[in-house]
Design a protein around this ligand. Structure first.
Ligand code: HT7
Ligand code: ZN
Length: 855
């Protein structure tokens, strides 16, 4: 397969002035007619190449005259005039047999060889390169055009981008006045019901809002999403001054979807799991995630749609910035410290893991084979961290000015990271050349620190080092904003937060006039995505957990304490440490702390996190020993806190009807954590009672999870299935929790049995991820020494690949950490990876991923 390089970027030689599309919908024979006015551009090479995949060309015309274009690999070529001309083509496609969920497809997927069900809807997914499966087109983000779309068919609802123009018997016409790249095109048609709403923008424009779902129970699950959308629209006006720009904003819920949601202009398409919510069927976590994703997709209207990316190497330009914006939104809507801590947990679990393995790549990659493989934690989450660092370095006021300038200067553009950094340079006068390294160099910097104290001067000596990553053996130093505060030994803050700007490989910073040697609180609010290495002890960690005024570092101290204890239990056979147990109990009892914070502080590092830490310290992790140590420490904490648990459990009871707000959710979270500990000492009595009494999914699922954790809950699992068997999103949870929580020795067998359940449709990405993805996250089960877990996952990836390469390729990342483990496990994993790679007809997506993982 061909590798595409950033350095080879060349603009397309033609401008697409306007695009008219007509769809004649039919499940296996949809006709797409395109009429595009192209203008040759100065400096273009005159080569007229249009992308096209899986299309049957019926006819083509230039300026009305029939032509026979040359069909070539990935598209077609034609001789065209040197003057503006009209290109017309008619193609045929088959949405009903499109299981890759890219281009135009139908959901729910029809059973093989059968026609789609009467409730099936047509829908599209075009990012990144799906439009070329709809018609021949210059399918690249720097070709932007004004689209008019006519849909012909018998569906009661037919939607596309922009504003509705005309609706008649068997047709609908939509016009989008905003120039956009083809990846933002969307079409939806089917029997759908609207949950309506409206919004008045800051300039007084009325916008009609709709969330479209299939008729039936989903209709009652749209209210939360609608309110979240309105909150997002208000927030973007108030915080970024960004107003919505069409008469309508439509969201559609779709059951078969490769990712979370898609920001198509004026017509967002959502995985139904990311928009539908009700207290009975959704957990607090679901509500929070739905709110964040709705915000994220809405915010793309400016950061992504009005200003898009010149090419796919610039993906972080829209994704990093939009993740940063949605995190700001969640911080404003809920608790900022809790959001920050949760984000850092996720960053370390996904992005650090990626950055420290064979898939490491820069936030702006320099080459790819399949762009779908670069929708990664590095591009998204590390991309967002870079925006956060930039804001810290320039300050809030300059950040706001730079963003205003960005919107003003680049509205309507397909922009680059250079354009982005230039607005900051122009606003601040700073040279950001060194900062730009963050976009170009992969890997997580190690920031080590030592200190000394003499005559009232306290000095921190920092050293940064970034390990080699694929294709990048040597790294130049980064500019690292290090937020530091100093505490007196009595716990008072003697130096409030100050941002140190490290630019060299080694650099020292001093603080004068201190009465005694302080305790440092370094990297407050996680001011840079680095691994901080500092010799410390558990007394100091417990001190910071008790006294640090920075909520992130307060939590971090507790996390470091737990990690140290767990790592010593695994590597030295140590017993649960009393200092940790006392500190954890103090947090549990501290009613002055936010319950959500207490829940986070009591959560032990994940098994994968411990494995990553041990590996970083030169120790080969044993997944089963890690699991045992974690269980042992949890058990010890449960016993240590036994007298306190019932009081906290009772105190966290939320009275009144369910509300998804952060305050109530935090209480339920802490109550769930306490229930987990209680279950270890009461044999699950309280959990069983909670299961029976639960009036919402958060408490029902928490109780069931506690029972499974202690290897009980069989009857509840059966009852759960009976109660929810008609709700596919809840049944995803049922599949997921069994695969995730199965005892390590039985996990592969349990998962294998789940894949034989009549409700297991492996072609549905949600169900596949819920089952096989959760199994791979059951670290000790997946890494069982006999290799059964590796075999099971590989079997399913091989089976899914011909139908859905995108989801298959993403799920190969379960193997990305293989080099951490012992020689036997490595050999088993390598065997499975080679088996996948040697499969006949393996997709380009999966071939690229497995080859990179193998290294
Ligand atoms: N911009 C979107 C990314 C995306 C995607 C979404 C759904 C299915 C396939 C997809 N490929 C790429 C989603 C986002 O980041 O907002
Ligand atoms: Zn996005």
């Amino acid at each position: 397969p061909q590798t595409i390089h950033l350095k080879d970027y060349t603009p397309f030689g033609f401008e697409a002035e306007s695009v008219e599309l007509t769809f004649r919908l039919a499940p296996t024979a949809t006709r797409v007619l395109s009429k595009i006015r192209f203008l040759p551009k100065e400096g273009g090479d005159g080569r007229f190449f249009l992308h096209g995949e899986d299309l049957t060309l019926i006819s083509a015309r230039i300026d009305g005259a029939p032509v026979t274009p040359r069909l070539v690999e990935g598209g077609l070529e034609a001789q065209v005039p040197a003057e503006p001309f009209i290109w017309e083509a008619e193609v045929e496609i088959s949405p009903a047999t499109n299981t890759a969920l890219e281009g135009l497809y139908m959901s729910p997927l029809a059973r093989e060889g059968e026609a789609p069900g009467p409730g099936a809807m047509y829908c599209t997914q075009c990012e990144a390169e799906g439009f070329r499966k709809i018609t021949f087109y210059p399918d690249r983000p720097d070709v932007m055009s004004v689209f008019t779309v006519r849909i012909e068919g018998d569906a009661p609802v037919m939607l596309s981008n922009g504003n509705p123009v005309e609706r008649g018997d068997g047709f609908a016409v939509w016009h989008d006045p905003w120039r956009k790249p083809a990846y933002l095109f969307a079409l939806v048609a089917g029997d759908l019901r609207a949950h309506p709403g409206s919004f008045t923008t800051m300039s007084g424009k009325e916008v009609a809002l709709n969330i479209w779902v299939r008729p039936g129970p989903d209709e009652d699950k749209c209210a939360f999403g609608m309110e979240a959308l309105k909150r997002s629209m208000t927030w973007d006006e108030e915080v970024y001054g960004r107003e919505y720009d069409l008469d309508v904003f439509n969201i559609v819920a779709v059951d078969d979807f490769n990712m979370g949601a898609m920001e198509n202009k004026g017509l967002n398409v959502f995985n139904s799991s990311c928009v539908l919510a009700s207290p009975e069927t959704s957990t607090d976590m679901n509500f929070e995630r739905i709110e964040a994703i709705i915000a994220h997709e809405y915010f793309h209207n400016w950061t992504g749609n009005r200003i898009t990316c010149r090419d796919w190497f610039q993906l972080c330009l829209k994704e990093g910035l939009t993740v940063f914006r949605d995190a700001q939104f969640t911080a404003d809507m809920r608790s900022a410290p809790v959001k920050r801590i949760s984000d850092v947990i996720a960053l370390r679990a996904r992005q650090f893991r990626e950055d420290n393995g064979p898939l490491a790549h820069p936030v702006r990659p320099e080459s790819f084979v399949e762009i779908n493989n670069f929708y990664t934690a590095t591009v998204y989450e590390k991309g967002a961290e870079l925006i956060g660092m930039l804001k810290t370095l320039v300050g809030d006021a300059a950040y706001a000015k730079a963003l205003d300038l960005y919107f003003e200067r680049h509205d309507g553009d397909a922009a680059t990271i250079e354009d982005w950094l230039k607005v900051f340079e122009d606003v601040t006068g700073r040279d950001l050349a060194q900062f730009k390294r963050w976009y170009a160099q992969a890997g997580t910097p190690r920031l080590s620190v030592t200190e000394d104290f003499k005559d009232g001067t306290y000095t921190l000596h920092f050293k940064q080092e970034t390990p080699p990553t694929p294709g990048q053996p040597h790294k130049a130093p980064f500019v690292i904003p290090i937020a530091v505060g100093l505490l007196n030994p009595n716990g008072d803050e003697v130096v409030p937060t100050r941002v140190l700007e490290m630019t060299q490989a080694e650099q020292s910073f001093s603080f004068d006039g201190l009465p005694s040697k302080p305790v440092p609180s370094i990297l407050r609010d996680f001011s840079a995505p680095v691994i901080l290495e500092r010799a410390s002890d558990n007394t100091e960690r417990a001190f910071l957990l008790a006294h640090d005024t920075d909520p992130f570092n307060k939590w971090e101290a507790g996390r470091a304490l737990a990690k140290d204890v767990l790592c010593r239990m695994v590597s030295e056979g140590a017993t649960p440490d009393g200092a940790y147990l006392d500190a954890a109990l103090a947090v549990l009892r501290d009613d002055g702390l936010d319950p959500a914070f207490r829940a986070l502080a009591l959560r032990l590092p994940s098994e994968d996190d411990i494995a990553q830490t041990l590996f970083g310290a030169g120790i080969t992790p044993d997944p089963v020993e890690i699991h045992t140590a974690r269980e042992t420490l949890s058990q010890a904490l449960a016993q240590h806190a036994a007298d306190t648990l019932p009081r906290i459990y009772a105190a966290m009871t939320v009275e009144g009807p369910y509300r998804p707000e952060a305050e109530d959710a935090g209480k339920r979270d802490l109550q769930g954590t306490v229930l987990g500990l209680l279950s270890r000492i009461d044999g699950g009595a309280q959990a069983a009672a909670q299961y029976d009494a639960a009036g919402n999914m958060t408490q029902q699922l928490a109780a069931l999870s506690c029972l499974l954790m202690i290897d009980k809950g069989e009857p509840e699992l059966a009852r759960f299935y009976e109660q929810w068997k008609d709700d596919r999103l809840v049944i995803d949870k049922w599949f997921g929790m069994q695969a995730l929580q199965a005892p390590p020795a039985r996990a592969a067998a349990v998962t294998d049995a789940l894949t034989r359940h009549p409700d297991f449709d492996f072609r549905n990405p949600n169900r596949f991820r819920a089952t096989l993805g959760s199994f791979a996250a059951n670290a000790a089960g997946f890494h069982a020494a006999d290799g059964a877990g590796y075999r099971l996952l590989a079997d399913w990836l091989i089976r899914l690949d011909p139908l859905n390469p995108q989801t298959t390729a993403r799920m190969t990342t379960s193997f990305e950490t293989w080099k951490r483990y012992d020689a036997d496990r490595q050999a088993l994993i390598e065997g499975e990876l080679r088996r996948i790679l040697n499969t006949d007809g393996l997709s380009r997506d999966t071939t690229e991923m497995v080859s990179r993982i193998l290294g």
